[in-house]
Design a protein around this ligand. Structure first.
Ligand SMILES: Cc1cc2nc3c(=O)[nH]c(=O)nc-3n(C[C@H](O)[C@H](O)[C@H](O)COP(=O)(O)OP(=O)(O)OC[C@H]3O[C@@H](n4cnc5c(N)ncnc54)[C@H](O)[C@@H]3O)c2cc1C
Length: 500
């Protein structure tokens, strides 16, 4: 075990040492007395395992006597998170959701606990506002702590040159799932793992689940199944409402329907949050005067829906709606169907992508349609071209925490429909001059200064090797110059054709 405990039994280093009063609160005798009404008593014995990573439908335990240690198992052994003593309680978001545990819970000192089953816990959260606030805050902060700890037994072995890696990073991050990210190109510890699990370098991205299962270039659905991220759907139960799509609209519908006591199932083909999940900061959402990241908004909305009992299936597509008979049926990607008295379709919109030749080959390996922290990490210390002049482009250019330091405020300039600019120091210094001269000048400047992210060798993008590196400053730039030229041409043609 690597972490030391402080006097209160909490790992004495961040992220678990901060906000500990809210993360690991002590229940008062009056609160414990209220919980007795919905709980059963159980004796626990030293060394007993109460939960393993991946276990679903675990009860919440309130310690009456003795103690329970919570650890995060990882490749290098266990990392201690907390020791729950009398008055403390186990659990985090997965306890409320009935999905796979992220931690191991083991009895350190024999004693007695109150056992509160998942459905009883949900009832308490919906009916006891005092305990609801205390539990919800603790569960959310504990999950945030687990994510921030950068520990755990789920490892993504990937490459910053691989679109599949980006997809899995987005999937895990937007599902608020803690994982360790290792880059095969830069992390020296990766080689040992590749050898130990017999993985060839060209088989990445690979997800190592709990040191046992090796998923090579898995689909999001395979990862969700392996990690127990989803609640199990009872296909035979007729719901009051099925919501298709878990963007802001779908999640809002789920919150309002579930809070009215309706039985709600939400189906999401990607990750909850939809388009909003890829927004670095939303400034115009009601109730958040200082703005909120799309990820945080989606996370809060999902928790709120689940608090009221809505079930959410992630990485699960609805294929067909059958309205011929009642209750209505939604056919799912696996051939089975779920039924409900009302269906809400909140599948959003697909945004237009760049109409240039070969653009799809660079998707996720140099062309990104979002600028969250995940994408920003890939662009660290690289030159960035922003195409488009709407508010998302503005956020991308202006958000200091999302964009590498060399992308300055004010780098979005230009005229007409195409706005291209570069995060290049000379441009930053002369931004007013360039704004005055229109976007063509920016494109021209881009041709001289754009950097490169990988080498296009006919089979796709790959990391540059030593030979490439000597040519990179020339050839790599040419690749991007061509891209910028094509963008420019394509957009001009589109404007001519559409008249705007
Ligand atoms: C980068 C970016 C930044 C943005 N910033 C802002 C902003 O600052 N302010 C603002 O007001 N708006 C912003 N927007 C727009 C805003 O995010 C969208 O208007 C909003 O997300 C629309 O919500 P929605 O729920 O209707 O649809 P979506 O967000 O598109 O969600 C639809 C969901 O349905 C899922 N789905 C689709 N088909 C199926 C299926 N067959 N089965 C199951 N699930 C399915 C999708 O995967 C998706 O998650 C931004 C958008 C982007 C991309």
């Amino acid at each position: 075990m690597t972490a030391e405990l402080n006097d209160e039994g909490i790992a004495a280093k961040p992220p678990f040492s901060g906000r500990k009063a809210q993360m690991f609160p002590q229940l008062t005798p009056a609160q414990i007395a209220r919980l007795q009404a919905v709980a059963t008593h159980s004796r626990i014995s030293k060394g007993q395992i109460l939960a393993e990573p991946g276990d679903r439908h675990r009860p919440m335990l309130v310690v009456l006597s003795g103690s329970i240690e919570v650890v995060q198992p990882g490749m290098n052994g266990e990392v201690l998170v907390v020791v729950h003593t009398a008055g403390s309680f186990t659990g985090e978001m997965s306890t409320l959701q009935g999905i796979g545990s992220l931690v191991r819970a083991r009895v350190r000192d024999a004693g007695e606990v109150l056992v509160i089953a998942e459905d009883r816990l949900r009832t308490v959260i919906q009916t006891d506002s005092d305990l609801s606030e205390l539990f919800m805050r603790a569960f959310i902060l504990r999950r945030v702590g687990l994510i921030a700890s950068q520990a755990g037994d789920v490892i993504l072995l990937g490459s910053s040159y691989s679109a599949g890696t980006l997809r899995l990073q987005q999937f895990l991050t937007r599902n608020a799932f803690p994982y360790v990210n290792l880059d095969v190109n830069t992390d020296p510890s990766v080689q040992t793992l590749l050898e130990r699990f017999h993985i060839k370098a060209d088989e990445v991205p690979v997800v190592l689940c709990r040191g046992e299962v090796v998923l090579k270039n898995p689909s999001n659905e395979e990862v969700a199944a392996c990690l127990g991220m989803n609640q199990q759907i009872d296909d035979d139960r007729i719901r009051d409402v099925i919501v298709v799509g878990a963007g802001p609209s779908g999640l809002a519908a789920a919150v309002y329907a579930a809070s009215e006591g309706l039985d709600v199932l939400v189906l999401e083909t990607g990750t909850p949050g939809g388009q909003a999940g890829s927004s670095s900061k939303i400034e115009n959402y009601l109730g958040f005067p200082t703005g909120i990241s799309g990820l945080a908004l989606a996370g809060r909305a999902r928790v709120q829906a689940q608090k009221f009992g809505a079930e959410i299936r992630t990485a699960y597509s609805a294929l067909k709606l059958n309205c011929d008979e009642r209750p209505y049926a939604v056919e799912l990607c696996h051939g089975n169907a779920v039924r409900a008295r009302a269906i809400i379709i909140a599948t959003g919109a697909e945004y237009r992508q760049l109409a240039i030749e070969n653009a799809s080959r660079f998707l996720g390996t140099g062309i990104y349609y979002a600028a969250t922290a995940t994408e920003a990490r890939r662009c660290e210390m690289k030159e960035v071209i922003v195409v488009g002049g709407g508010n998302s482009a503005g956020q991308c250019g202006l958000s200091r925490e999302q964009v590498p330091p060399r992308a300055p405020p004010g780098s979005i300039q230009g005229a007409g429909r195409l706005h291209v600019s570069l995060s290049h120091p000379p441009y930053r210094r002369n931004s007013q001059h360039h704004a005055a001269h229109g976007h063509r000048d920016h494109v021209a400047r881009g041709r001289r200064t754009a950097g490169t992210r990988g080498v296009e060798d006919g089979a796709g993008l790959r990391p540059p090797n030593a030979r490439d590196r000597s040519r990179l400053s020339h050839d790599g730039r040419r690749t991007q110059y061509t891209l910028v030229e094509r963008l420019h041409r394509a957009e001009r043609q589109r404007i001519r054709a559409n008249g705007r």
